[in-house]
Design a protein. Structure first.
Length: 116
């Protein structure tokens, strides 16, 4: 399994049109928007792509989208791992039997509801 990259973006002071075009450019590069999170994306790479190459590719694709839309500034955070990105929702109220954070994490890992 290759690297999975979680990218969180902030596009300050952009118009809705700029945001839409920027997001379309990322979609064109096979990025997957994590719909349940405001500005988070998932990018996956083949096994043959190393960590530094994955980072450089993500940065190049962000720069390409920035230049295409004339966005002045793009703030981002990257997290790379070979494991799948987990996207989940915590329950609205505490469930019976959850005595600690560890219990909650154990329950979430058993549920394995990934939103793609």
């Amino acid at each position: 399994m290759g690297y999975n990259v979680l990218v969180t973006l902030n596009l300050p002071k952009v118009t809705e049109t700029q945001r839409e075009v920027f997001y379309a450019a990322l979609d064109h590069e096979n990025w997957s928007k994590i719909t349940s999170l405001t500005a988070s994306w998932r990018v996956s790479f083949a096994d043959s792509v190393g960590r530094e190459a994955a980072i450089a590719t993500v940065q190049a694709q962000l720069l390409k989208a920035k230049n295409k839309t004339n966005v002045k500034r793009v703030d981002y955070a990257l997290q790379l791992d070979k494991s799948e990105i987990i996207v989940a929702k915590l329950p609205v109220s505490a469930e019976p039997g959850l005595r600690s954070v560890r219990d909650g994490v154990a329950r979430l890992s058993k549920l394995a509801f990934l939103n793609w």
